[in-house]
Design a binder for this molecule. Structure first.
Ligand code: ADP
Length: 404
């Protein structure tokens, strides 16, 4: 079965084509084709990058609407210099990352008109993402035809069965009944990393209490017991929890009330400040990128040092909270851009849990680990670095949903 994956974000769209012949393994095979659209290359210009086993091509296209650009991108699958299939009809199914699935979806689902209507309805909760995800679903209907099965894989699904005490905010209950609750995000990544951890440790997932740290430009933690998320740091929106690249994470909500009352800030201005001008960027004034923060610290920049110190403080505090919810820990897992590539962040976070017998193997930690254990033999907690594979997890889910 050839499965196309569309992972559409606000500024980019990653796509790949996998071939699954039998029960899909946990570890991904090499995709037949990978492509990416950068919608923000220049105002009104999109950049397309396409990679196959044989070739790599990059081109730019003017764009007003996304559909023709997606059409050009997909046509490289079956035409041009190095096609990987003979025609569009060879695509058997399409899996989409959909950010918000609300309370309703605990698992990935086959897309029907009812499902698209629900994704549309949930756009108020994810205004930057759900509309773009819908656009991708409609583009596939137009380009490949309505007969091609499509599957929605929700970022929220893995957390949808969190216990009420982890999901319900202590606000008037009627507001919770209106859907104001913790949904949690990055679920596909947290689930993949937990399953991969059990595989690497050769232990059943049900026997492990795991904290997964997805630390990218956005970041969240999940506490996982019996293979299920029982707590997570992101909340009603992906703004909650850890300090991130440009997002503030958890702050006292009274700061917002104060800024509205005393400084006349509008909702849009607060949204922009908290989502785009806060976090590492907001504190340091340098960058949202940890590599630039580290460079600035090396050059003696005190605000970069402060930004990193807050980041580490938050990370340790939230890991501690997740461990407390689990009542113990068998595995601590780092993934995504920072989690996979910043040994110093892992080392400092782990040092805080030395009191419980967690010991990092510093050589392993520094040796660009990928899908491996980086704690010492006698550590009470296994520490792992897992390369997150969201696109492969989407392809696998798509296969499973269609097998019924
Ligand atoms: P996204 O959340 O956009 O999917 P990624 O998971 O790719 O992002 O993470 C991107 C972030 O990873 C960058 O902004 C940067 O902070 C961090 N990063 C990437 N490489 C390194 C590195 N070598 N050292 C430290 N941080 C890194």
């Amino acid at each position: 079965m050839k499965i196309l994956v569309l992972n559409a974000g606000s500024s980019s769209q990653k796509s790949c084509l996998y071939e699954i012949t039998d029960q899909p393994p946990h570890q991904p095979p090499q995709p037949l084709w990978e492509a990416q659209i950068d919608w923000t290359y220049q105002p009104g210009v999109a950049e397309i990058k396409v990679e196959t086993h044989q070739s790599q091509q990059i081109k730019t296209l003017p764009f007003q609407e996304r559909l023709p650009v997606i059409e050009t991108l997909l046509s490289t699958l079956w035409s041009g210099d190095s096609p990987v299939i003979s025609s569009a009809a060879e695509v058997d199914a399409v899996g989409h990352r959909v950010v918000h699935g609300g309370q309703h979806y605990h698992d990935s689902v086959r897309i029907t008109p009812e499902v698209t209507a629900e994704i549309d309805r949930l756009s108020v909760l994810a205004p930057v993402h759900n509309p773009v995800n819908l656009e991708g679903i409609r583009a596939i209907e137009t380009i490949l035809g309505e007969q091609v099965p499509q599957v929605a894989v929700f970022d929220t699904a893995f957390h949808a069965q969190m216990p009420d005490q982890a999901a319900i905010y202590p606000i008037p209950y009627e507001l919770s009944q209106q859907g104001i609750r913790r949904y949690g995000f990055h679920g596909t990544s947290h689930r993949y990393c937990a399953e991969r951890t059990a595989e690497i440790l050769e232990q059943p997932l049900s026997s492990l209490r795991i904290v997964t740290c997805h630390l990218g430009n956005g970041g969240s933690l999940a506490a996982i017991r019996n293979g299920r998320s029982v707590a997570t740091t992101m909340g009603f929106t992906p703004l909650d929890g850890l300090m991130m690249g440009t997002r503030a994470g958890s702050i006292d909500p009274s700061i917002l009330i104060y800024l509205i009352r005393e400084a006349g800030y509008s909702a849009d201005k607060l949204d922009q400040i908290l989502n785009q001008a806060s976090g590492l960027l907001g504190v340091s004034g340098v960058s949202n990128d940890m590599r630039q923060i580290d460079k600035a610290i090396a050059e003696g920049n005190p605000r970069a040092r402060l930004a990193k110190a807050i980041y580490m403080h938050d990370l340790k505090a939230f890991i501690g909270a997740m461990v407390a919810v689990l009542g113990g820990l068998e595995a601590l897992v780092f993934t995504a851009g920072v989690g996979e590539n910043a040994p110093q962040v892992r080392a400092e976070a782990c040092e805080a849990f030395g009191y419980m017998g967690l010991k990092l193997d510093l050589d392993q930690n520094n040796a660009r680990p990928r899908d491996q254990v980086i704690s010492t033999e006698d550590s009470t907690v296994k520490v792992l670095v897992v390369h997150t594979q969201e696109d492969w997890a989407i392809a696998r889910d798509c296969w499973q949903v269609l097998q019924g």
